[in-house]
Design a protein around this ligand. Structure first.
Ligand SMILES: Cc1cc2nc3c(=O)[nH]c(=O)nc-3n(C[C@H](O)[C@H](O)[C@H](O)COP(=O)(O)O)c2cc1C
Length: 427
């Protein structure tokens, strides 16, 4: 099927507003302006679009939670932090389809009655931020942004804000704190951002891919979108595939695509001479699937049922040359460095787990370390303010449970059986 999100990937021409408009761009804004705001929200709701940032919450439902009347200004925050390891799909939209994102932002703001939107982009995406700034300047110059847009009496300002490079600032409430100029640490929920968000005003927070899907829903209709993908999992999804495949990259496929088909048909299969060992299907915070579990539909519900998650759609593919203890240790090290430190179980637990994985990979581990890791992970789950605790404890525990023999082999041989050198200490 035809791509709608990354149609122009690799072509810089569509960064130019004239080329974009000639190709049918900003038509959805004009169409949306001909509808009542509630109708736009209703269309997004009935399209079945679920958030693409990880949690998969209904986009239209989220918009409808924002109170119509508010004493304080309402805001939209577009989450372009893209900090999940293995995920590199939003940056394709930002760099090659910036106007599609701006178009989605305008439609969302019109539907919810928002006059001020921020794009929170991770600090490292300096180039993407520049592309966005240019697109936004062009949109102002053509009156798709600013005052009295297209003479319809609707005002909207969009500001790009660069983060400073912290994983936790992708979590929506830490993002809000960071945007307000504070340390990026999560807030307690409730209240949810739709009611008390940025500067205490009602706030919609949506991922880049979620917002970029809006123009095609408005142009083609909610029914068209709702016909793509399985029940409750509608539309296309960007899958960023990395690791041991022949052709890693970003692929736009309908939700419900089989994981093995993605690997074999889109990505050219596993590297020659190797076999599939495991896949992390939704970024580092999704639990790993063994090869025999990979004949699975890539959608929110199927992966949740299999004890993993679709998350950001970042699939990390590993062949039989991979040491799973090393992978688990590398992931734990990332989470250790990125824990914001606000909640004790997360701050202390992840440091402890990282040490145990390092000891195991170095050959100094004990059999009892496996149960200890699971016990620590158990004591983090559900005991932190934000989902970061689950984001590391569930997948790390799964490595130990699914690849127990490989961990025990490290204990028995007192070294990595794959010949990996001991990992460097954490500084
Ligand atoms: C630790 C952590 C990191 C996250 N990082 C991102 C991110 O980089 N980008 C993103 O869109 N959502 C991220 N999220 C999810 C956001 O909190 C939020 O659910 C999302 O931006 C909502 O948008 P959506 O409904 O369009 O998916 C993260 C969540 C957690 C717990």
């Amino acid at each position: 099927m035809e791509a709608t999100l990354i149609k122009h990937i690799g072509h810089t021409a569509f960064r130019d507003i004239d080329t974009f408009v000639q190709g049918g761009g900003y038509r959805a804004v004009e169409k949306a302006f001909g509808m009542r705001p509630e109708e736009v929200t209703e269309a997004v709701k009935s399209s079945g679009l679920r958030g693409r940032g990880g949690a998969g919450f209904s986009a239209g439902m989220k918009w409808s939670f924002v109170p119509k009347e508010s004493q304080l200004p309402k805001y939209l925050c577009c989450n372009a932090d893209e900090s999940e390891p293995g995920t590199f799909k939003d940056r394709q939209i930002v760099e090659y389809e910036p106007h599609l994102l701006v178009e989605g932002i305008i439609i969302c703001c019109y539907a919810v009655g928002i006059h001020s939107a921020y794009i929170y982009i991770r600090g490292e995406f300096a180039y993407g931020a520049e592309v966005l700034e240019n697109a936004i300047a062009q949109a102002y110059s053509r009156n798709y942004l600013g005052r009295d847009i297209l003479g319809k009496g609707f005002d909207l300002d969009v500001t790009v804000h660069r983060g400073a490079g912290a994983y936790i600032c992708g979590e929506e409430t830490a993002l809000l704190e960071s945007l307000e100029g504070k340390r990026g640490q999560p807030r307690l929920k409730p209240p949810f951002p739709a009611v008390v968000g940025l500067f205490n005003g009602p706030t919609v927070i949506n991922n880049v891919e979620t917002l970029a899907a809006i123009p095609s829903i408005i142009n083609n209709g909610a029914d068209w979108y709702a016909a793509i993908g399985p029940e409750r999992n509608r539309g296309t999804k960007l899958f960023s595939v990395s690791g041991h495949v022949v052709k890693p990259g970003v692929y736009e496929m309908p939700l419900g695509t089989n994981l093995l088909a993605l690997i074999n048909d889109c990505c050219g299969g596993i590297r020659p001479g190797r076999t599939l060992k495991a896949v992390i299907p939704g970024g580092a915070s999704a639990s790993v699937l063994r090869a025999e579990e990979c004949n699975i539909s890539l959608d929110f519900d199927s992966l949740a049922k299999a004890g993993s998650m679709l998350g950001s759609g970042g699939a990390i593919v590993m062949d039989d040359s991979t040491c799973m203890v090393k992978v688990a240790h590398t992931a734990s090290r990332f989470f250790y460095e990125e824990s914001c430190g606000k909640c004790t179980p997360c701050r202390e637990g992840i440091g402890w787990v990282e040490k145990l994985f390092r000891r195991l990979e170095s050959g100094g581990g004990r059999e009892t370390d496996l149960a200890l890791i699971s016990d620590i992970c158990d004591n983090v789950k559900g005991k932190t303010l934000c989902p970061f605790g689950e984001a590391f404890s569930a997948p790390l525990d799964t490595f130990v449970k699914k690849f127990r023999e490989e961990f025990l082999e490290h204990v028995r041989q007192k070294r990595c059986p794959f010949g990996n050198p001991p990992p460097d200490p954490v500084h």
